[in-house]
Design a protein around this ligand. Structure first.
Ligand code: PLP
Length: 404
């Protein structure tokens, strides 16, 4: 019984505890369980010596600025650096005024939701999609409409039909949220034709696109086209966001949004009441990592660590999983998504059995879906455990899929 219930706002009352967070808390205490659940970076990839050194230097040499309050939008010097970086690394043409630094890209999602969504507005997403984005949109009263995926990500043919239908029904579609490269949770990547089709649909029906791109720095195959949707944006309707979380360290909480100027200005106004600004010191740290070229060097250095783990997971899936399992084969990122085609197979109901009998954990897939489907699905993450542990985890999971 919560004695404070009567004090809570409608929004607070509507928030449910996150399944993943609760699950992770249980798994943490279970040393006997192999967890393929959490999608956090491998701490071996954190450049601790480098960060210790530059942090010391920044505080020593620029302490008067680095420890001071700073601009809501982000330090100008940092935004200028990011504008150059986005062009060099991803071909995105934006100037410093188009960029706002956020406290992790999760804040970016929240900011955009606050700035754009009124209750009842439609937000279109991939189905399945990133849980914390769905949560940030839902909390603002969005009606979520999920678009089916296949091995190449969002089915833009289905998107087109859905948009047509929603427009006919008089629905107000605010934006299409997409994670085009190495999607969370599905691990899928959209080929350029789909990205262009997505833009065409948005142009035709006057809809914004929110492009979330945390994983493109970890694509293990050079032939994959990772150009952002934003590089095809001729009508200023793509809001592009990314983060330092997987490249340097998530604890720094630095993300960025590149959006049309007027929109960025509005986001700035919204952000000032949230946290005044993103931690100044951490912005200087990221700026130095960009200025010196460390950031891309480091991403390239740690990418093979994740590739080895991805390979271990896919190899084990091929070796151990039965025929009735559909799974994605990610070109990068942290995740493989699995659907088990077996009547009544419910990954959420089986979670206790998975933990107690098979000693393996995954994230049940239903909550990533916008339409209540996906009871037979699960997200498997290869980012954290070492390759041999991943293999054993998949072997245990295969046993469960065959037996239960
Ligand atoms: C698709 C996606 N967007 C946003 C985030 C949030 O990242 P950040 O640490 O920058 O808040 C994540 C984190 O896992 C993610 O997978």
């Amino acid at each position: 019984m919560d004695h404070y219930e009567k004090f809570y706002s409608r929004v607070a009352k509507s928030i449910q505890a996150s399944e993943i967070r609760e699950l992770l808390a249980i798994i943490k205490q279970r040393q006997d369980v192999i967890s393929l659940a959490g999608g956090v970076p491998d701490p071996r990839t954190f450049p601790t010596d480098y960060l210790a050194k530059i942090t010391y230097d920044i505080i020593k040499n620029k302490g008067a600025y680095a420890l001071q309050y700073s601009e809501t939008k982000g330090i100008l010097e940092v935004r200028e650096m990011l504008s150059e970086f986005l062009y060099k690394a991803r071909g995105i043409v934006v100037d410093a005024e188009d960029i706002i630094i956020t406290t992790g890209s999760q804040q970016g999602l929240d900011l955009i939701a606050r700035a754009l969504i009124d209750p009842g507005d439609v937000v279109i997403t991939e189905n399945p999609s990133y849980l914390a984005a769905l949560g940030a949109f839902k909390i603002r009263g969005a009606e979520l409409v999920g678009i089916k995926i296949d091995k190449n990500g969002m089915r833009t043919d289905v998107l087109e039909d859905t948009v047509k239908k929603l427009v006919k029904e008089g629905k107000k579609i605010k934006f299409i949220y997409t994670i085009p490269v190495a999607q969370n949770p599905a691990g899928t990547t959209m080929p350029p034709e789909r990205k262009k089709h997505l833009i065409e649909i948005a142009n035709q029906y006057d809809i914004l696109i929110l492009e979330d791109d945390p994983y493109s720095y970890f694509v293990f195959d050079d032939t994959v086209d990772i150009r952002p949707v934003k590089t095809w944006d001729t009508e200023d309707r793509v809001i592009y966001m990314s983060t330092i979380s997987k490249i340097l360290a998530p604890g720094l909480r630095i993300g960025w949004i590149a959006a049309p100027k007027m929109l960025t200005r509005k986001l700035e106004l919204v952000k000032q009441y949230m946290d005044l600004h993103t931690p100044t010191l951490n912005q200087y740290i990221v700026a130095e990592a960009i200025r010196s070229g460390f950031i891309l060097e480091h991403a390239n250095k740690i990418s093979p660590i994740y590739k080895e783990k991805r390979d271990a997971m896919l190899r084990a899936i091929k070796d151990y999983f039965p025929e009735n399992v559909w799974y994605t084969e990610p070109v990068g990122g942290f995740f493989v998504f699995v659907y088990v085609n077996k009547p009544g197979f419910d990954t959420k109901k089986l979670m206790k059995v998975a933990l107690d009998k098979y000693k393996v954990a995954y994230v049940p897939g239903k909550s990533f879906h916008t339409d209540g489907s996906g009871a037979n699905s699960m997200r498997l993450s290869f980012s954290f455990p070492p390759p041999e542990v991943i293999e054993e985890g998949i072997r245990r999971l295969a046993e469960m899929i065959k037996n239960e």
